[in-house]
Design a protein around this ligand. Structure first.
Ligand code: F6P
Length: 360
């Protein structure tokens, strides 16, 4: 049997682990694995311009330890979902037709789509035109409702945590406030876990509305207690007076978030008089080698995707539930975003240990 695998959207530590897991489990069954380059774009292959290669255990050996993806990826391109006439999201018919032609020409019995909610929605569209799709959830943002954790998330958290350790030493030396902007889009998971692990004094996330006066109150209290350094972690998707800060007004895909650390830095330095610097961690959070948890989760997801194909469970995605890898319909998995609950035990515990969310 021939199967295909592709990863789409932003890269994520653990993608190569998924590929290696899937290739090993498929090859053990005697199947041939086609790895498509650059996300869904690989499906637009033609005999004159093939955009795939055969993946084997030998050419995927130990790629689980490598960051990025050996297949490359794109998060904009021909498969960008656009609003249709009736408001439905749809991909151009010619693109769907060419994808089907490739799957038929290579005689693929299944296609594994490793991606976040946008890519899984594209996978669903392909499923609806009759392609046999199996999904694997991917994102450092951890914002997919279907799965307890996505691979890549804990690597990003560990980058934030160690960045805070480093920034603390320089902040202590200079008695400065450091504002650290982290990724996560509209979900505050990376800021929340990274901030707790790295000992942030203030964590600002999209899910909890904050007031500048509250942050100022907290900072001045810590200063009055003699603390030399202040560490503030802010999600790129946290809002100022209900407004998101973005890097570009008009984009083809989703708007790029950013700028809140710079904004807060100027504001808080002016109000408190404390020398303040900011640091945008950016793609450092996505790059580099995955931590062991993400490698293990990645290979498990890859192997489970092969099980789903073996069982003919198309239109399903793998998911992590209480440390078991399970499956569920892709349609259910993309239905809701997994956001931080401001009243959760985790947030309450963070408040109990003195972390401010700028809300009280
Ligand atoms: O969804 C993953 C993510 O890293 C977000 O946290 C971030 O907002 C976005 O992707 C950045 O995308 P790009 O790589 O296109 O700048």
């Amino acid at each position: 049997m021939n199967i295909g695998i592709l990863n789409a959207g932003g890269d994520c530590p653990g993608l190569n682990a998924v590929i290696e897991g899937a290739v090993s489990a498929a090859t053990a069954r005697g199947w041939v694995v086609y790895g498509f380059y650059d996300g869904f774009e690989g499906l637009l292959s033609t005999p004159e311009d093939e955009r795939w290669r055969i993946l084997t255990p030998a050419n995927c050996l130990n790629i689980r330890s490598q960051g990025g993806t050996i297949l490359g990826t794109v998060n904009k391109g021909n498969f960008t979902v656009k609003s249709g006439v009736d408001g439905r999201m749809q991909i151009a018919q010619s693109v769907l037709d060419r994808s089907r032609e490739t799957v038929e020409r290579l005689a693929l019995s299944a296609l594994i789509v490793v991606g976040g909610d946008g890519s899984q929605t594209i996978g669903l569209e392909l499923q609806q035109i009759g392609l046999p799709i199996v999904g694997v959830p991917k994102t450092i943002d951890n914002d997919l409702g279907s799965t307890d954790y996505t691979f890549g998330f804990w690597t990003a958290v560990s980058v934030v945590s160690s960045a805070l350790d480093r920034l603390r030493t320089t902040a202590v030396s200079h008695q400065r406030m450091m504002i650290v902007e982290v990724m996560g889009r509209h979900a505050g998971w990376i800021a929340l876990y990274g901030g707790i692990a790295g000992g942030a004094d203030v964590i600002l996330i999209p899910e909890i509305e904050f007031k500048l006066e509250e942050i100022v109150r907290k900072v001045e209290l810590l200063k009055a207690l003699g603390q030399r350094e202040i560490l503030l972690v802010v999600s790129e998707g946290a809002k100022i007076g209900g407004k998101l800060l973005t890097l570009d007004e008009e984009t083809k895909g989703e708007v790029r978030l950013g700028g809140i650390a710079s904004f807060l830095s100027t504001k808080l330095e002016t109000i408190t008089g404390i020398e303040t610097r900011y640091c945008v961690l950016g793609h450092v959070q996505r790059g580099g080698s995955p931590i062991p948890f993400d490698r293990i989760l990645g290979v498990r997801c890859g192997a489970k995707a092969i099980d789903l194909i073996d069982e003919g469970k198309f239109g399903e995605t793998v998911a992590l539930l209480r440390n078991e890898i399970i499956s569920m319909p892709i349609a259910d998995a993309v239905r809701s975003l997994h956001l931080v609950d401001g009243n959760s035990q985790l947030v309450e515990a963070a408040k109990e240990i003195g972390i401010s969310f700028g809300d009280e």
